[in-house]
Design a protein. Sequence first.
Lengths: 170, 202
Amino acid sequence: MRTFWRRPETRFLILFLVLLTTGFAVIALQPINDRVVVPFTAAVARTSGAILGLLGEDITVTGCDLRSPRFAVTIYNGCNGLISSLVFAAAVVAYPTTWRAKALGVLVGLVAIQLLNLVRIVSLYFIGVFLPDHFNEAHIVIWQSVVVIAAVAIWIAWAHFGVRMAEDRR
Amino acid sequence: MKPTVGPPAVAVYLRRLPVTVIVAIILWYILRPALDVAVSGAAQFLIRSYEHPKVTRLVAESHLAKVQRTDFRSDSVVPTVALTQIHVNTIVLLALFLALNRPLSRPQLERLFMAWSLLFLSQALNLIFHVKYLYATGLGAWSLSEYTDVGRNVFGFLRYFTDLPGRFSFPFLIWFGFNWQQVTAMLGKDADDSTGIADTKR
């Protein structure tokens, strides 16, 4: 059992799954959902609404809904970037390196994922306005794949460049 | 003569990714009808293997799995589960694999086959949890009599876990697991480096 645990790939996989399952179980709890997830999603909706407003759209934000005379979207859990962030953070924390490098990775990665998610929401709004027939494909097939691949790319960049930087500074 | 120093392997990999995502999306669109049928068929087989009497039928149609039970009344509404969301993460697995060095070499194709099989199993399980969650919560008095609160919560958790973090993370996890040596070498780390804990104590 000890030999099994000593294998770095096994330890990474187990740690990753434990962190991911625990993190997901925590955010799925009703009080956490009501006090953290829903307000966070509403903040994402407000920020997206503000960006769309800057781009000239007549947007009204109510809770997690973005509405204009041209199109409306609702941001659900799963579209707020929280799950991608959780997956990313679990991959960073499970990776064998220093805590300093992990902290750097989580911080930079989560900001990057949230920024990408805002681009995604704004672009999906415009796809809904101009190409409504392609909204579902863009939402589920294209953007979901792009966000996951981007998160993996950020993780790879962190595991190569970020870890080296953080370890060099020690 | 000075040796030519190329870009680090990780930079090459990151540059390939956008291209392989496009290739993977095209491949997925080509395979989509077959994946619809295969995932529904596997999920139906697994459900029926422990169901008594065997009443569940999952029929793939228009990218939906129609949940047909032979004990439903003939005028019942047929519930459906969207299949696109269940197997769309195939794109991520294909893109990650194709961006590695020599993706069409025999060892890489063997790894891809094993990895894809594992992802396929996770997709079939995801569909099973959708169906079980539907049975546990969506069929009125029958659901209340056949499933306990614990059962409803367990199937609810499993459905949402495989729907959200599972769908997002399984392709990455499977890709990394099957290519540990190659990926850790690319990242500039010793594949047998087990300093995760030691590093923090150094």
